[in-house]
Ligand binder design. Structure first.
Ligand SMILES: Nc1nc2c(c(=O)[nH]1)N[C@H]1C(S)=C(S)[C@@H](COP(=O)(O)OP(=O)(O)OC[C@H]3O[C@@H](n4cnc5c(N)ncnc54)[C@H](O)[C@@H]3O)O[C@H]1N2
Ligand code: MOO
Length: 403
């Protein structure tokens, strides 16, 4: 039986084919950009007024003029006007293009608008600091043609904003393959159905597909009963159609645990079966020419921890998302686990005043107790070569919840 890091290395050695698709910009946050974004115009694209007030010719102020007849109004969104009269001013609004024949903007707070006879005038109360003040000159953020987002970046709302400003209605992003998520077992009924006393609802497929949604991946759900010929026939079709297949259940020692045997018969090469870990020991992983197959142990917490410890980090790596270091969290209490297995301890995580992640165990009733997952935020990976884990020690953390 192999250990957790060996299992993880084997999985990480397998590559998934990632293609490119063009999507509406509003669907792309969190995806990987597959093009570079350059500016189609200067930023800002015109000399932009930065304050509501008036625009003047600075020279006139320097020559001693402090009362300026108001010639008109330059609104944001209005085409550029050109000031007509020498020594006049224009009222200007933030975001407007600077009117022609003006070069300095003075805020309303620093002037007074007065009615003198029939004329509206602006009287300057506070000296402008310099020629050109309160104007954001064309191209001073960035010039046209500047590279603003690189291929391979994870699209955050910042890149979405930049893409929108250059008029990209659609973006090229990594296409994540469609995934088959398969639950197995005669005891499982659809979640819409009322189970008989000996039955339960198929929750695992929903857990896995919800996790995949975090990566914008769509899953098609299947269910296989514990029937050799049914499993064999349906797996044929599924393996042909899907590059990534995630099963849950049917991988341990039971008489009806047919999954590993049938997968191998179908030409899916076993890369490992069983990992020195709890939960999730009977985890099976393999690969055929067309598909990568994760067969996760059926107990809901085992499926869950294998999904977050192996499947999700591997997918992030394939997509180019995981650039950060492994998260770590400090135990808040002493903990003992004496088996020679890596233990995935369910924990509630808090970030303390120094920004350090603190993990407190949330005790459940074992690997079938999926309700306990709602009390925690993630799993702490406690290494197999240690039995006693002390408060204050840090261990790798696998989060399933945004903190
Ligand atoms: N003789 C042995 N028996 C078992 C071993 C072992 O080493 N020797 N390992 C145990 C461990 S550890 C686990 S984990 C389970 C995993 O077994 P399977 O992967 O074969 O899973 P099943 O037997 O099909 O199911 C286990 C359990 O989980 C429930 N389940 C399964 N699928 C779902 C689903 N989609 N949604 C909700 N719940 C599900 C299922 O009803 C069972 O109660 O094997 C131990 N046995
Ligand atoms: O791995 Mo099993 O998950 O210990 O119940």
């Amino acid at each position: 039986m192999i250990g957790v890091s060996e299992a993880s290395d084997i999985i990480n050695g397998i590559k998934l084919k990632i293609e490119t698709e063009k999507l509406d910009i509003s669907e792309t946050v969190g995806m990987i950009l597959r093009e570079s974004i350059t500016l189609d115009r200067d930023l800002p694209p015109f000399d932009r007024v930065m304050m509501d007030g008036i625009a003047i010719q600075y020279d006139k102020w320097e020559q001693g003029q402090s009362v300026f007849p108001v010639e008109g109004l330059q609104k944001a969104g209005g085409p550029k006007q050109v000031m007509d009269g020498s020594g006049h001013c224009m009222e200007v609004m933030t975001g407007a293009i600077l009117p022609g024949k003006t070069d300095t903007v003075i805020r309303y707070e620093d002037i007074e608008i007065q009615q003198q006879e029939k004329e509206t005038v602006a009287v300057i109360q506070k000296s402008p600091k310099a020629k050109g003040q309160n104007i954001h000159p064309k191209g001073t953020n960035r010039p046209k043609g500047d590279l603003v987002a690189n291929e391979g970046m994870v699209l955050s709302p910042a890149e979405i904003g930049v893409a929108a400003t250059v008029g990209k209605t659609r973006l090229n992003v990594s296409r994540v393959p469609e995934v088959a998520v398969i639950s197995t077992g005669d005891e499982l009924v659809p979640i819409s159905q009322r189970p008989l006393p000996h039955q339960i609802r198929r929750s695992n497929a929903y857990t896995i597909s919800a996790a995949l949604r975090e990566l914008h991946m769509e899953a098609e759900l299947f269910h296989l009963n514990d029937d050799r010929s049914e499993i064999s026939k349906r797996l044929d079709d599924i393996l042909k159609k899907f590059e990534l297949v995630i099963l849950s259940g049917g991988v341990s020692k039971g008489k009806l645990d047919y999954i590993p045997g049938i997968l191998e018969q179908k030409g899916v090469e076993k890369l490992f079966h069983k990992v020195r870990q709890r939960p999730g020991k009977p985890f099976w992983f393999g690969k055929s020419e067309e598909s990568v197959v994760f067969a996760l142990p059926g107990n809901p917490v085992s499926t869950f921890s294998c999904c977050y410890r192996y499947v999700m980090p591997w997918l992030k790596k394939q997509l180019g998302i995981s650039k950060r270091n492994q998260l770590m969290a400090q135990l808040t209490v002493n903990y003992t686990f004496e088996k020679k297995l890596t233990y995935f301890l369910q924990v509630k995580v808090e970030i303390n005043d120094e920004g350090i992640m603190k993990a407190t165990p949330v005790k459940g009733k074992g690997s079938s107790d999926l309700a306990n997952l709602c009390k925690g935020d993630g799993f702490l990976e406690l290494p197999e070569d240690q039995d006693h884990f002390k408060a204050g020690e840090s261990y790798p953390l696998f989060l399933y919840r945004t903190l």
